[in-house]
Design a protein around this ligand. Structure first.
Ligand code: XUL
Ligand code: CO
Length: 438
């Protein structure tokens, strides 16, 4: 088959002094950091939807980028051309994983039976492509938000027939994920929420979402899926309010409905910021609950109130992210670039520049996060900050060996506590900069 990205060579590591836009400056796949290769720390994935499908269409105008790959859109020939393009793209960049929605792979037919036949055909084609490469599926998912039938949600819909249709899509998407050896399966509840509480039975809807997830787990395990299920929290957009608002909310939901053993979080940077948190916050909340599974790597724009899905270039944020990932002992999932080129960046070169930027940003983040940990000043400070808990009374509290009365007497004895030690935020921020610009 002929080359699609003709003027693009294989992207190689050239080092930080390189000015070649088609080379990595920091991502050196085989470089070992804290005992592991960069490529293992950073299981990058290509999102089928943004990279192979999206053309830059927005609310005010049609697409600017040509993603027909020389074929007619809406055909199986086009679906296959996207597979060819995707694999050439990933191979040229050294990306080892991809993520997909069912309808990213093939055009949806009028009838689900025909859609599923198309999905069988394309997944056979992808499997064939995977042979002889080390490219694998990171995660699959079902798009249960674009079609008008999902206007009131999928798991949360008022229509039992739409609910059954969503279940059928999930079953098929799980079949595909298992067929392609996927490490995970994602639920992003884009329409699982409400526009107004005046017409919404929240309890009923949340119970039904949980039932759908339980059925998905039961079915997935029955066909040999051993990976993690993920909730990808997002507070809003497209709905006014989405139930999986942020990591803390989603974790609470999973625990309430007994789903926490099978599910972890897929944290997306721009979703966390839309929830009014930092990216690092949602990573930390997931990690301390043993639920940091995978990441959708992108960044938002603080001046805009929607999900801009930009390719990450903020090294501070990437460093904080990789700091959390390293402290978590890595990810069971990966780093999926759920990111898209800006509408005016419509050329093939831009597709490559975007991934080079994202991969280099995270490589730098990894290098700097490892340096921060090896430097030790931050860890040391945090340890010292809580050192009063190493006293006898502190240990009694930690080990549940005291009472409110005992603390009452203790407080009476000390009279008034001294002020706690300084938080030293500015000192720590200076340490951060010191490492970043070393
Ligand atoms: C939407 C989003 C989705 C999910 C998968 O904001 O992030 O693309 O990642 O459905
Ligand atoms: Co996402």
């Amino acid at each position: 088959m002929s080359e699609i990205f003709k003027n693009i060579p294989e992207i190689k590591f050239e080092g930080k002094d390189s000015t070649n836009p088609l080379a990595f400056k920091h991502y050196d796949a085989d470089r070992v950091i804290m005992g592991k290769k960069m490529s293992e720390h950073l299981p990058f994935a290509m999102a089928w939807w943004h990279n192979l499908c999206a053309t830059g269409t927005d609310m005010f105008g049609s697409g600017t980028a040509d993603k027909s790959f020389g074929t007619e859109k809406g055909t199986m020939e086009h679906a296959k051309a996207k597979v060819d393009a995707g694999f050439e793209f990933m191979q040229k960049l050294g990306i080892k994983y991809f993520c997909f929605h069912d309808v990213d792979l093939v055009p949806e037919a009028e009838d689900i039976k025909e859609t599923n036949r198309r999905l069988d055909e394309i997944s056979d084609y992808i499997l064939e492509k995977m042979k002889g490469t080390d490219i694998k599926c990171l995660w699959g998912t079902a798009n249960m938000f674009s079609n008008p039938r999902f206007m009131n949600g999928a798991g949360s819909t008022n229509s039992v027939d739409v609910y059954a249709f969503a279940a059928a899509q999930i079953k098929k998407a799980l079949d595909l994920t298992v067929k392609l050896g996927g490490r995970g399966y994602v639920f992003w509840g884009g329409r699982e929420g409400y526009e107004t509480l005046l017409n919404t039975d929240v309890k009923f809807e949340q119970e039904n979402i949980a039932k759908l997830m339980h059925m998905a787990v039961d079915y997935g395990r029955s066909i040999g899926f051993e990976g993690d299920f993920y909730i990808e929290p997002k507070p809003k957009e497209p709905m006014k309010h989405q139930y999986d608002f942020d990591a803390a909310t989603a974790i609470g939901f999973l625990r309430q409905y007994g789903l926490d053993k099978d599910f972890k979080m897929n944290i997306e940077a721009n979703h966390a910021t839309l929830a009014g948190h930092t990216f690092q916050h949602d990573l930390r909340i997931s990690a301390i609950n043993g639920m940091l599974g995978s990441i959708d790597a992108n960044q938002g724009d603080t001046l805009l109130g929607w999900d801009t899905d930009e390719f990450p270039f903020d090294v501070y944020e990437a460093t904080k992210c990789m700091y959390e990932v390293l402290k978590n002992g890595g990810l069971t999932g990966g780093l999926n670039f759920d990111s898209k080129n800006r509408r005016p960046s419509y050329t093939v070169e831009d597709m490559f520049y975007a991934f080079i930027l994202g991969m280099d940003t995270f490589a730098l983040g990894l290098i700097k996060a490892a340096e921060l940990i090896e430097d030790g000043r931050i860890d040391e400070f945090v340890k010292e900050k809580y050192s009063s808990w190493n006293t006898e009374i502190g240990q009694k509290i930690r080990n549940n060996k005291t009472t409110l009365e005992e603390l009452f007497h203790y407080a009476e004895e000390i009279g008034a506590p001294e002020l706690p030690g300084s938080g030293r935020q500015e000192y720590l921020e200076a340490v951060f900069n010191n490492i970043l610009f070393k």
